[in-house]
Design a protein around this ligand. Structure first.
Ligand code: PLP
Length: 383
């Protein structure tokens, strides 16, 4: 890795193939994947329907610029908007989707101030980093956007900060990178109401929570929420880079021709994959996700209840954080799980983050919860 910028701490193995929910390294070791990339391969690996759709598109045309019509973009947009009065802008990542949301909110309202939350994560470009509530990753990059205010998440006092001076509030329904904290229903709904009352746009960042992860296409659909803008990426094309910003139709005029754009956004390969992803994730699929999530939560809570170093479990659906006491560093647990053939992630606050592919079977989740228990027990002994 001598010729790459050292921006990532990498584990000393390479994943070279995958099948279903199992991935294989260069030495033939297999791992049960509880990461989906980082919430990307929601439908698992080597998925026949997706491979066929992308291969068929590959043989037709790889790229067309956005100077021409795209029936594929229209089809994906129809599936994303689910018959509502909304329109979509396609880009290539979650960061770009949030960048687009920031620009649209400012242009549509004529205001510049944005309210965001402590421990939020919205990306690493200058705009999206400005919206991110994590000081550590902002260090050394100079002045970011000055008119972003951060308030506490899940805190009713924070809502008093919302005034008509703001263009928008941006929020994750479950803070992912920030520690797998689920927004409380009452608080999220009060936030929505406050935005409506003050004439402030509500942007919901569904980059990690969306595309079926919590048992709904978007996590906000569990609640009485009516966002003006929703951003999506990660799982949308199951691993082909894509991002989408979905906005209410009345905002469309602010993004008139020439105001915003991207060379690769909505490219045919990503759209072919996204079209299939959204075909597969139907009501029956989402119901199965809910049932599997209930099973996993039941087993995790049962298996981990008597483990001293587990301080709690949070999240929603198949987006789960296991909070570990500081005596047991999450990095050590992740490595011990590698030895047991399981891939997991971390999140802020010494949290073990689980984002399994949504196609994982109940039996695999039960086995995973037992192995996690075993590894945590063994790690405790070694402390
Ligand atoms: C909630 C949220 N927003 C935005 C992003 C940035 O997405 P990307 O890495 O695709 O730019 C992420 C990535 O982890 C995320 O979790």
């Amino acid at each position: 890795m001598a010729t790459l910028f050292p921006t990532y701490n990498r584990f000393p193995f390479e994943l070279i193939s995958g099948e279903g929910v199992t991935v294989f390294d260069q030495e033939g070791n297999s791992y049960l994947d509880l990461t989906s990339g980082i919430g990307v391969c929601n439908l698992g690996y080597n998925v026949k329907q997706l491979n066929e759709a992308v291969t068929a598109q590959l043989g037709q045309i790889w790229h067309t610029s956005n100077l021409y019509e795209s029936h594929l973009q229209e089809e994906v947009a129809e599936k994303l908007t689910q018959g509502t009065e909304k329109v979509v802008f396609f880009c290539n990542s979650g960061t770009e989707a949030n960048e687009a949301a920031l620009k649209l909110a400012r242009k549509a309202t004529g205001k510049t101030k944005i309210l965001s939350f402590a421990h939020s994560f919205h990306g690493r470009s200058v705009g999206s980093l400005s919206l991110t509530g994590n000081e550590k990753i902002k260090e050394g990059f100079g002045d970011l956007l000055s008119d972003v205010t951060f308030v506490a998440y899940n805190d009713f006092h924070s809502l008093q900060a919302i005034t008509s001076e703001y263009a928008a509030v941006i929020v994750e329904v479950i803070q992912g990178e920030g520690g797998m904290t689920a927004g409380e229903a009452d608080w999220l709904e009060a936030l929505d109401a406050e935005c409506k009352e003050k004439g402030v746009l509500l942007i919901i960042d569904e980059v990690q929570t969306g595309i079926g992860r919590t048992g709904k296409l978007f996590a906000y659909q569990h609640y009485a929420l009516d966002p003006d803008i929703v951003t999506s990426a990660k799982g949308l094309a199951n691993g082909i880079p894509v991002g989408a910003m979905i906005g209410k139709k009345e905002l469309a005029a602010a993004f008139s021709a020439g105001t915003h754009g991207t060379t690769f956004g909505g490219n045919p390969l990503a759209m072919a994959a996204a079209n299939q992803v959204l075909t597969i994730i139907d009501d029956e699929f989402l119901e199965a996700v809910t049932q599997k999530a209930d099973l996993f939560w039941y087993y995790l809570e049962k298996e981990l209840s008597d483990i001293e170093f587990v301080e709690g479990i949070s999240g929603k659906g198949l987006m789960i954080g296991i909070h570990l006491a500081k005596e047991l560093p999450v990095a050590d647990v992740i490595q011990a799980l590698h030895q047991e053939g399981i891939l997991t992630l971390s999140a802020h606050g010494n949290t073990l983050r689980l984002l399994p592919p949504l196609v994982i079977k109940g039996a695999e989740l039960i086995e995973a919860s037992q192995k996690i228990k075993q590894v945590l027990q063994t790690s405790m002994v070694h402390q």
